[in-house]
Design a protein around this ligand. Structure first.
Ligand SMILES: [Zn+2]
Ligand SMILES: [Zn+2]
Length: 269
């Protein structure tokens, strides 16, 4: 088992300590883990400021290098980042990703118009259809414009927040049309997608993106898939990874992907 998405106290929204996460990963039998703490550039904060929400870069890298060495006989540890992608920040994102020896970069869309989905602004005064169209259209623009990532994170994340805003949260045919275009761009660029198991914790009772999107990715010829728990707490490390491998097998995938210094490797499931 490989957990390719985990947050520690280097992320503002996570309380899990690094070594606590490693101990837990060893305990549940993970072979390899990647820490993917958050970086968001020029985003709105609750103090009503526009800030860079990012860990101390030098400390992050050197701490991860040290634990990678310390635990190398028990578990493989990789250095990753979950980079909030925004077209307007693409130059700074490029510089940030290039200046460190990352093994793996998840590109995610947490913010639209610089505000995190968490704060609800995207949903205010919009019907579900309008919100989703705005969200997926923005992702399409991002994947066309930005290159500094390996897999696109939780492609239909908007559903998680929609759960508390709308009566129903399913994707409609218009959404699938845009998603198909997004997937084609990703495949054309040699980028993958992430399957994020946290949907089970957040009440979606499935992964992000949903199995229908995974089937579409498969039909379009997509092959690069990583699976991650998005754990922010110790008890969530490694959760639903095996179930997700099973789901992927049922859809027809034969491999999941791991990364080493940004290079993909395929592991049979
Ligand atoms: Zn995320
Ligand atoms: Zn995350």
């Amino acid at each position: 088992m490989y957990d390719y998405h985990m947050h520690t106290s280097f992320s503002r929204d996570a309380s899990m300590e690094l070594e606590e996460a490693i101990q837990r990963a060893i305990e549940v039998g993970l072979k390899e883990i990647v820490f993917t703490d958050h970086a968001e550039l020029n985003v709105w904060s609750p103090e009503d400021l526009i800030i860079d929400d990012i860990f101390d870069e030098e400390t992050y890298i050197s701490t991860l290098q040290a634990v990678r060495e310390k635990y190398k006989d028990q578990i493989q540890i990789k250095i990753g980042i979950e980079m909030g992608l925004q077209v307007e920040e693409k130059e700074r994102i490029h510089q940030l990703i290039q200046r460190h020896p990352f093994d793996f970069v998840i590109g995610s869309s947490h913010t639209i118009d610089r505000v995190d989905l968490y704060y609800g602004k995207l949903f205010a005064d919009r019907r579900k259809e309008e919100t989703y169209e705005r969200y997926f259209t923005e992702i399409l623009r991002i994947v066309k414009e930005v290159d500094d990532f390996d897999v696109y994170g939780h492609l239909d994340l908007v559903r998680r927040y929609a759960l508390s805003k709308y009566k129903e949260i399913e994707l409609n045919s218009k959404d699938y049309e845009i998603i198909e275009e997004i997937l084609k761009v990703l495949i054309g660029k040699g980028k993958g997608i992430e399957v994020n198991t946290s949907g089970y914790r957040y009440g979606l009772n499935t992964v992000n993106p949903s199995p229908e999107v995974l089937k579409m990715y498969k039909q379009l010829g997509g092959e690069v898939i990583t699976v991650g728990s998005d754990a922010h707490k110790k008890q969530d490390v490694g959760c639903y990874i095996l179930e997700t491998y099973q789901l992927l097998k049922e859809i027809g995938f034969k491999y999941i992907t791991t990364f080493d210094q940004r290079k993909p490797h395929f592991v049979r499931i």
